[in-house]
Design a protein around this ligand. Structure first.
Ligand code: NDP
Ligand code: 2IT
Length: 446
């Protein structure tokens, strides 16, 4: 990066957020790709748009006390970072995972600003969560945690203010408990959360949305480069919400998914992963992926998740967590003939991995664009709640398909306009940024 203004902003970010490497990583990637825009737009520099964009509007950190099944008091830490409201109410998921700390929530909230902008819907960026680990907890413990978490969070959110949703560790069960507590505390039934159950205001297709839309985006990227999913071998990391529905859609588009993982290890099934077995193990029983061998003894299970990228494939869809593909794994993927990577997870590729993709002319679909279908459906859930209506699965799915096609086109044309044809990462950052930047400039120094 050569632009003195951007270098200055980044230096300041590093100084003020030391000890938050994921956040610095996310900001660095965006600022590097914004260089040609900033060179062309001195008015945005004058308006201090980037200086303001990197600083969250509000950060809330709170104590979450709850009582476990043995009657013992447990204390977790809760977060909500309300990052940017230039184009709509704050919107973004809640992550429940022991690795959660402020830096993770800030990187996710920062990414969410651009992603939400790309969806074309009016949603600002935010993210939240806690270092609570739902794994191994009883339903009662999860409920008491969610109620305590929402008791504080309810003071800071609202249908026109900030609308949280799911992310790692937060699925339909957790959203249900949180919604119930919000309703009890506020005595009102509003669309304050998305990803709700279908009996109380949820949208059809929200469960499937992120995974399906990852494949819609990937399909556009493949088509634009004379390829398709048909007959291709695919590796998908993770076996949660995003991974499961990415598998379902990729398979329906003619691909064969041969491997999936969890945080303990990965399975390889050369006949194609049996998704019904994965759903039973993960969605119904909440067990570990190695149980897959009970259904398919001919498959293999390997401890440790990194090795999944050594399985030869044409297309890789990382759908687990941040920085899960490093430079070394990316080099193995490339060597084995993988020609496309599209990100279901947020920031799953390290900067070194991204370098490998570009050096090897691989197609690269960045998270902000490729996984935007989840939050887009959340936006459609908000619209349905406001109208007190619910659309059919087909209506929602058709709208989403259109949104993903338009996101791909926006990335493709912004990259081309700024002299980086085929670099969808730069295209996503630039297209996402420009809408937010114009809105921030128009609203003055706030
Ligand atoms: P889930 O909790 O449903 O599933 C997460 C999956 O990733 C599990 O298989 C989990 O394994 C694995 N995983 C989580 N953390 C780690 C880790 N540190 N190392 C290795 N594996 C890990 O979450 P989602 O499917 O919802 O989210 C997956 C990714 O997609 C996240 O990056 C999330 O931010 C992103 N995303 C989610 C959206 C959504 O709508 N849900 C929308 C857009 C992006 P285990 O069970 O062992 O923990
Ligand atoms: O990372 C994401 O986009 C999500 N976890 C979904 C957020 C949402 O509000 O649906």
């Amino acid at each position: 990066m050569k632009n003195a203004y951007l270098i200055g902003v980044l230096e300041n970010v590093k100084k003020r957020n030391a000890g938050e490497p994921e956040f610095i990583q996310a900001v660095t990637e965006v600022l590097e790709t914004l260089e040609p825009v900033i060179e062309k737009r001195p008015d945005l520099v004058e308006a201090g748009v980037v200086d303001r964009l990197v600083e969250p509007e509000r950060q809330i950190i709170f104590r979450v006390p709850w009582v476990d099944d043995n009657g013992k008091v447990q204390v977790n830490r809760g977060f909500r970072v309300q990052y940017n409201s230039a184009i709509g109410p704050y919107k973004g998921g809640l992550r429940l995972h022991p690795s959660v700390y402020l830096g993770i929530i800030k990187f996710l909230g920062f990414e969410q600003i651009f992603k939400n902008s790309l969806t074309t819907l009016p949603m600002g960026g935010g993210k939240g969560g806690s270092d609570f680990d739902p794994k191994g907890k009883s339903d009662g413990e999860v409920m008491r945690f969610c109620q305590s978490f929402m008791t504080e969070l309810s003071k800071h959110i609202g249908a026109d203010l900030d609308v949280p949703a799911g992310d790692i560790g937060t699925g339909a069960r957790e959203i249900g408990y949180m919604f119930g507590q919000y309703k009890r505390l506020r005595n009102e039934f509003t669309g304050v959360l998305t990803g709700k159950g279908l009996t109380y205001g949820g949208s059809l297709a929200r469960t499937q949305a992120t995974g399906y839309c990852l494949c819609y985006f990937t399909n556009e990227m493949l088509k634009a480069n004379g390829k398709s999913f048909e007959g291709q071998t695919v590796v998908i990391s993770g076996s949660g919400n995003v991974a499961i529905y990415a598998n379902e859609k990729a398979t329906s588009m003619g691909a064969k998914v041969v491997a999936m993982s969890d945080s303990n290890g990965y399975i390889y099934d050369k006949n194609g992963v049996d998704l019904a077995a994965i759903k039973q193990i993960k969605e119904v029983e909440r067990k570990r992926i190695k149980e897959y061998l009970n259904y398919h003894p001919e498959a293999t299970y390997t401890e440790g998740c990194k090795g999944i990228w050594t399985i030869p494939c044409d297309i890789a869809l990382p759908c687990a967590t941040q920085n899960e593909i490093d430079g070394e794994s990316a080099a193995i993927l490339a060597k084995n003939g993988c020609y496309a990577v599209a990100e279901g997870a947020n920031m799953p590729s390290t900067p070194e991995a991204i370098d490998v993709y570009f050096k090897n002319n691989m197609l690269y679909g960045p998270a902000k664009a490729a996984n935007a279908g989840g939050v887009a459906t959340s936006g459609l859930e908000m619209s349905q709640n406001s109208q007190r209506l619910s659309w059919t699965f087909e209506e929602v799915d058709e709208k989403l398909h259109g949104i993903m096609v338009s996101i791909f086109k926006a990335c493709e044309s912004a990259a081309k306009e700024y002299g980086m044809e085929g670099n969808y990462m730069a295209g996503a950052n630039i297209a996402g940024f420009l809408k937010v930047a114009e809105a921030m400039k128009a609203q003055g120094c706030v």
